[in-house]
Write a protein that binds this ligand. Structure first.
Ligand code: FAD
Length: 476
């Protein structure tokens, strides 16, 4: 992703070299995304139909959370708008006043996901639907697509293993990578995309890792593909389990599954059994174990080196944010691209904004764990964890009058927070007092019209599979 974007946006005089090791390989998971990926793709000229065809991709309209507040509980964090506001207030205050139907009856994405339907333009573009979407895809195939683009734009790809890093004795800046066959790759600016190890920013530059596992205690994942399921739903599923949760990501050629769990509460054998029991179709391989610590490098940019991806930290995939964090890191890096000389003010601003972004996503994830209603010891312990201050304030605000304030340019919108708070059983004592302005009859017909609009829009959509067939001319 970084090589593709840099080769697209840097002046032609810049030379980009990508060092990768087939022997080490990639982490090989990361299949569900959020809608911002569409902006990244379009900035690189990656067209949707070709992307879906190349990556065995499917549409994602949100995440269905199952079992987080009890065995049969279920809600969706759907993308895009929910309902239409009135006057000064967002929609949900009116819904909270009347509570006609479920909140998700007013979401095109949630209703389409439930019906297994999708169309980017459901026939009447003049009607605002607030629909937006993301993708589920094979990340290895996506990497191949971007690699092809990057190489076509003169990125030099070097296959080899970095053995040591040479640094300037005075400034501490990285001057070259030394490969284990002795080759040297010199450079002015380095991007550390080396995965969990953090070869440059962590090992060479010594930037400390801020451990967030007190809030997000899961530290293992077991990943396994299973046979494709039909119909292919445009939805990722996250099902709470004994000491963590299980993902299900439907692609065209297979389904991605995994169990994220806390090793202090569940051993690997029990976790493997729980994962395999929870599959909808036969497994296609042995489960693969990944170990991680949630948290981040305190400074993503140190000296002449910027960490992206797992080298910069890890937030578990509960809201599919990691690939986005790479892409927003790239966008931010381009925004603060240093030119001839690195200005400390640029680096500090980059680090400040990165820290803010990560903390707000962390809080959103913590909300899911905190507001659970499950009986197992792991989940009881999650409820007892003291919250980060900003999250505690957000919950207090919502509990009083259903108000949600989006801080700065934080990633998740008011509608995202709303769905997860209500879905996880966080209920406000009341709604905004101004929502009492319309008469009960006017409000009823306002809500009724919106529900009918959503079901009419969804009714015009083809099935998700039909959309994929048309869009990609193939559904293998
Ligand atoms: C269990 C799990 C589930 C996930 N699910 C999702 C998801 O659904 N959605 C999402 O957005 N994200 C998800 N992620 C995160 C996602 O997988 C990563 O953000 C993404 O793959 C980026 O990884 P990376 O490139 O930083 O690291 P890696 O994939 O580990 O790549 C590291 C690269 O560095 C190279 N390298 C390392 N050391 C050396 C060396 N010494 N010399 C030369 N090359 C070297 C490797 O060869 C490799 O190419 C998930 C992560 C995990 C662990």
């Amino acid at each position: 992703m970084a090589a593709a974007a840099l080769s697209r946006f840097l002046p032609a005089t810049s030379r980009v070299t990508l060092v990768e090791s087939d022997d080490i390989g990639t982490v090989g998971v990361g299949e569900a995304t959020i809608p911002q990926i569409r902006l990244f793709n379009s900035s690189l000229g990656v067209e949707e139909g070709a992307f879906l065809a190349t990556t065995q991709g499917t549409i994602k309209l949100g995440i269905e959370f199952v079992g987080w507040t009890g065995p049969d509980s279920r809600y969706t964090h759907a993308f895009g708008a929910i309902g239409r506001g009135l006057g000064l207030l967002p929609f949900h205050h009116y819904w909270l006043r009347q509570q006609t139907g479920s909140l998700w009856d007013y979401s095109v994405a949630a209703a389409a996901a439930k019906a297994g339907r999708f169309a980017p333009d459901p026939g009447r573009p003049e009607l605002p639907t607030g629909l937006t979407w993301a993708y589920q895809f094979d990340a290895g195939l996506y990497a191949g697509l971007l690699r092809g683009q990057a190489e076509a734009r003169r990125v030099t790809r070097v296959e080899g293993e970095v053995a040591t890093v040479t640094r300037d004795p005075l400034s501490g800046d990285v001057t070259a990578l030394v490969l284990n066959d002795g080759r040297q790759i010199a450079g002015d600016f380095f991007i550390d995309c080396s995965g969990f190890r953090g070869l440059l920013v962590g090992e060479a530059m010594g930037v400390p890792f801020d451990d967030w596992s007190r809030w997000l205690p899961c530290d293992r994942a077991l990943a396994v593909p299973s046979e494709a399921i039909r119909p292919i739903l445009p939805l990722t599923r996250a099902t709470a389990r004994t000491a963590g949760w299980q993902w299900r990501i439907p692609l065209r050629h297979r389904t991605g599954n995994g169990l994220v769990f806390c090793s202090a509460y569940l051993n690997e054998d029990a976790a493997t059994a729980e994962l395999l029991r929870g599959l909808d179709a036969p497994a296609l391989a042995e489960p693969r174990l990944l170990r991680f610590t949630t948290g981040r490098r305190t400074d993503a940019w140190a000296g002449n080196c910027v960490a992206l991806g797992l080298a910069s930290g890890f937030l578990e995939p509960l809201e599919s944010t990691s690939l986005h964090l790479v892409q927003s890191g790239i966008a931010r890096l381009l925004q603060f691209w240093p030119g001839e000389r690195i200005a400390p003010a640029d680096r500090d601003a980059f680090n400040r904004e990165t820290a803010r972004e990560w903390a707000s996503i962390r809080d959103f994830l913590v909300l899911h764990y905190h507001a659970n209603a499950r009986a197992e010891p792991f989940w009881q312990a999650c409820r007892a964890v003291p919250l980060p201050d900003q999250l505690a304030a957000k919950l207090d605000l919502f509990r009083a009058h259903g108000r949600i304030v989006r801080e700065g340019d934080e990633l998740f919108t008011e509608v995202g927070w709303l769905q997860v708070m209500l879905g996880q059983g966080v209920l406000p004592a009341s709604y905004h007092p101004l929502a009492d302005a319309p008469s009960a009859e006017d409000l009823a017909s306002f809500l009724d019209a919106q529900r009918r609009h959503v079901s009419a829009v969804v009714g015009r959509m083809p099935s998700h599979e039909q959309f994929l067939r048309t869009e990609t001319r193939d559904l293998s």
